[in-house]
Every structure is written in structure tokens, then in C-alpha cells.
Design a protein around this ligand. Structure first.
Ligand SMILES: Nc1ncnc2c1ncn2[C@@H]1O[C@H](COP(=O)(O)OP(=O)(O)OP(=O)(O)O)[C@@H](O)[C@H]1O
Ligand SMILES: [Mg+2]
Length: 402
């Protein structure tokens, strides 16, 4: 069973992976209108906002037609998948561990208890004065909602005088995204330095590293737009090993033992510090930049194969360098055209370009952005070549926002 919320970027990739493996897929989704004919599979209705109820629906289904695995494609499905898999006696993460990854405040507390290197942090609760809390952490700091993603509502604050205005803005973004009225905000010390993303797979509690991505664009705020991801990392081997060890400590501290993990860390001042760990694979279409093994299996195929209990050699990323650019959104407005696509695709090394917002849609840049504009993929001999291809191709695009 694959848990796919209504607006997943991953539906096609996971269904293709199931087909590759000749696995019969059942979809758990909260989409009201599921075009079953198009998907060609069975569906079970769930509700991402009610994980316990949803897990019961999955378990009910499994009592009629046994399942071999319950796999969540995205953050919204990880808790129900863990609850259902536990109930069914299938491989799973402890639901409480998974729940902790869904709340950045809870995650920070557990990581602190486990002694994992991370930014200093405080919670801004309902009755707290944001200025006092931020001053305790020190400046610059970062204010963020506890439960959003894609850098939504994440803002750097440089001085006390700006705190109230920025905290109010973060609160508004969180509310608009459907955060609970009592949800706290999180304040963290700003960690300078290069950032990396680690894509991992937990197999019986052991962390296999599937890929380590550099993020070659400096992300110093005040907003944190995601752009380039390039693998393999150009950091030196010692630092890479420390990142891997840190992520290993973090998953152990949280109690995660099974399935994909996506972690982010910053490297600076001789220190490696953990930004966060999610109990899912990389978001958006970014996973398409990865291929594994001799046959070039996709990330989703690799994950489903592992979930179905195949064991053997750990998945090995294909040796070529690869990368993805999440197309930046320069302004708020209506997306009227994306020109130069053929020229971008003609740049050597560029593999694919996919827009994920229809022309005519309203778009917003971070920290308000709630969707990705599109993804461009490249492969090449070296990470430098991949980065250069993506930058050159991006310069060919004219993204017209009115
Ligand atoms: N304490 C920090 N110090 C420095 N940079 C930070 C800090 N917190 C967040 N950032 C920057 O903001 C980005 C988004 O923050 P974070 O990962 O906490 O939120 P997110 O919404 O889960 O993002 P994503 O979904 O992209 O992982 C980080 O990748 C990082 O570049
Ligand atoms: Mg993050």
C-alpha cells in the first residue's frame, strides 16, 4: 500500500516503481476524486489530518486483502503508515518517532536529549514574548513554523527590533497553511556555512546512505529558497563521514529504524550540525535526479523493493554526477509564460525539465511559496559540470511572472 496524499509530486514515480517490481499497488489517498481508471489500481480513502482513523482504514482493508508493506510517499502519510504497519505486524518505524519528525520543536528536544549537534533553540509558546525568546537564542536567529516544509515561513532575524514583525509574519504563514491556533513557533540560532542533504535508507535499523547532495547556492536568508542540489558532494571525505555519522546519531536518537530518511545539515566553523531529519525520501521531483545499480533503478523502485523485504547489496548510486534545480520564483504574481525551454534542454548535460505549475497560476516566492514552479535535471562527469549545466540552462529560461 502506498500512502499518497491528494497533492503528491510522487504519484507517477511510485506507481511506475510498483509496475517495475510487478508489485500490486493499493493507493491510500485523501483525494476526493481519484481517477482510478487512470491509476489502474485500487484505492482506500484516508484523511491526512486524522492518522489514527486513517490507519484503521488501512488495517480494515488489509484484513480483507493482506498487504506486504505500507509505504508513505510524503510527510503527510508517515504517521498513518507507521500506525497501520505496526498493527499489521509489518516492518515499521515507531509511530512516536515518526510523529516527532512532523514537529520541528519536538524533534529538536529529542535530538538535544540524545546529544546530537544542532543549533541552539527555543520555543515561542502562546504566552511568550518573541523578543525575549529570540534574545535568549541570540542573533542572527531563524524563526520558523514547527510543521511546514519547503522553507515555507522560515525567516532569518538579525536584530531585536525586527523580531515582532517577523514573528507575526511567520505566524500568519503558519495559520494560512492550516497550523493549529495553539501551535508554537520555533527559534533557532542561525548556523552559517554550506548545507548538505543526505538521502538515506534504514534497513533493520542500519543507515544506508543513498546519496549526499551539496546545495551549491549559499543560503544565508532572510528567506531560504531551495534551488540547486548536486551529488556526489564535493566536501572532503572526512566531513562527509561526519555528516553521515551525525545523521546516524539523529535517527538513533529519534528511534527511527525503517525506511527512507531525508536529512539536512550545515557544515561550518569546523562543526557539522543537524538541521533536520524527515522519515521520508526527498521531496518534490528531486528524487528523479538519482539512479541506482546497474539497471538504473529509480529512487522509488529502490525504496519499494526494500519495503517489500528484498535484502542484498545496498543500493549503489550510479557513478555519474547528477543534480536538480528547483526553479526559483522571483516574484509574486501570475505565471504567464516560461520561454526558452528548448534552449535550456539543448544545454549539454541537461536531462529533463518539468514545470509543475500550470501557466496562468498565481505564484509566490519564499517564505510564502507553497508549490514548486518546476524542476530541471542534469547529469555529467563531475559535480562541477552538472552545476554548470544547470546554471547555464537556467540562464536560457525566461520565467515571466506578471
Ligand atoms: N538554524 C538554521 N540555521 C541556518 N539555516 C537554517 C536554519 N534553519 C533553517 N535554515 C535554512 O532554511 C531552510 C529550511 O529550513 P527547514 O529545513 O527547517 O524548513 P523546511 O520547511 O522543513 O524546509 P525543507 O522542506 O526545504 O526541508 C534550511 O534548509 C536552511 O537552508
Ligand atoms: Mg528542511
Amino acid at each position: 500500500m502506498i500512502v499518497l496524499p491528494s497533492a503528491s509530486y510522487r504519484t507517477a514515480s511510485f506507481l511506475a516503481a510498483a509496475k517495475t517490481l510487478r508489485a500490486e499497488a493499493v493507493i491510500a489517498t485523501d483525494a476526493v476524486h481519484v481517477d482510478v481508471g487512470r491509476i489502474g489500481e485500487q484505492t482506500v480513502r484516508v484523511d491526512s489530518s486524522r492518522p489514527e482513523w486513517s490507519a484503521e482504514r488501512i488495517v480494515d482493508y488489509a484484513r480483507r486483502r493482506p498487504l506486504d508493506a505500507v509505504v508513505a510517499a510524503d510527510d503527510q502519510g508517515v504517521v498513518m503508515a507507521a500506525l497501520a504497519a505496526r498493527e499489521l505486524g509489518l516492518a515499521h518505524n515507531p509511530p512516536e518517532s515518526v510523529r516527532a519528525t512532523r514537529d520541528k520543536g519536538v524533534m529538536r528536544r529529542l535530538l538535544a536529549e540524545a546529544g546530537v549537534a544542532q543549533p541552539d533553540f527555543r520555543i515561542i509558546g502562546a504566552g511568550d514574548d518573541p523578543g525575549v525568546v529570540c534574545a535568549e537564542v541570540g542573533f542572527p536567529c531563524v524563526i520558523k513554523p514547527v510543521s511546514l516544509s519547503a522553507s515555507r515561513g522560515v525567516i532569518r532575524v538579525d536584530e531585536l527590533a525586527h523580531v515582532d514583525e517577523i514573528a507575526a509574519r511567520v505566524r500568519t504563514i503558519a495559520d494560512e497553511a492550516g497550523a493549529g491556533p495553539g501551535d508554537p513557533l520555533l527559534v533557532e540560532a542561525f548556523v552559517p556555512g554550506p548545507e548538505v542533504a543526505l538521502e538515506g535508507l534504514l534497513v533493520d535499523g542500519q543507515l544506508e546512505v543513498l546519496a549526499l547532495f551539496d546545495k551549491p547556492d549559499a543560503m544565508n536568508g532572510p528567506y531560504f529558497e531551495e534551488t540547486l542540489l548536486v551529488t556526489p558532494s564535493r566536501l572532503d571525505a572526512g566531513v562527509r563521514r561526519r555528516v553521515e555519522a551525525l545523521v546516524g546519531e539523529a535517527v538513533e536518537g529519534l528511534g527511527l529504524v525503517h525506511g527512507p530518511v531525508h536529512a539536512e545539515a550545515r557544515v561550518g566553523g569546523g562543526q557539522v550540525r543537524l538541521l533536520e531529519v524527515a522519515a521520508r525520501s526527498i521531496g518534490g521531483l528531486c528524487g528523479r535526479s538519482l539512479r541506482f545499480g546497474l539497471l538504473g533503478a529509480t529512487l522509488e523502485t529502490t525504496l519499494l523493493r526494500s519495503a517489500l523485504g528484498y535484502r542484498g547489496e545496498p543500493a549503489k548510486r550510479q557513478s555519474q554526477s547528477s543534480g536538480v534545480m528547483m526553479l526559483p520564483i522571483s516574484a509574486a504574481g501570475t505565471l504567464t509564460a516560461v520561454g526558452g525551454q528548448d534552449d535550456a534542454l539543448a544545454v549539454p548535460g541537461i536531462v529533463d525539465l518539468e514545470l509543475t505549475i500550470p501557466i496562468g497560476s498565481r505564484v509566490k516566492p519564499p517564505p510564502d511559496a507553497d508549490r514548486y514552479l518546476g524542476f530541471m535535471f542534469a547529469a555529467g562527469e563531475t559535480p562541477q559540470a552538472v552545476e554548470a549545466s544547470l546554471r547555464q540552462a537556467h540562464s536560457k529560461l525566461t520565467i515571466d511572472i506578471r
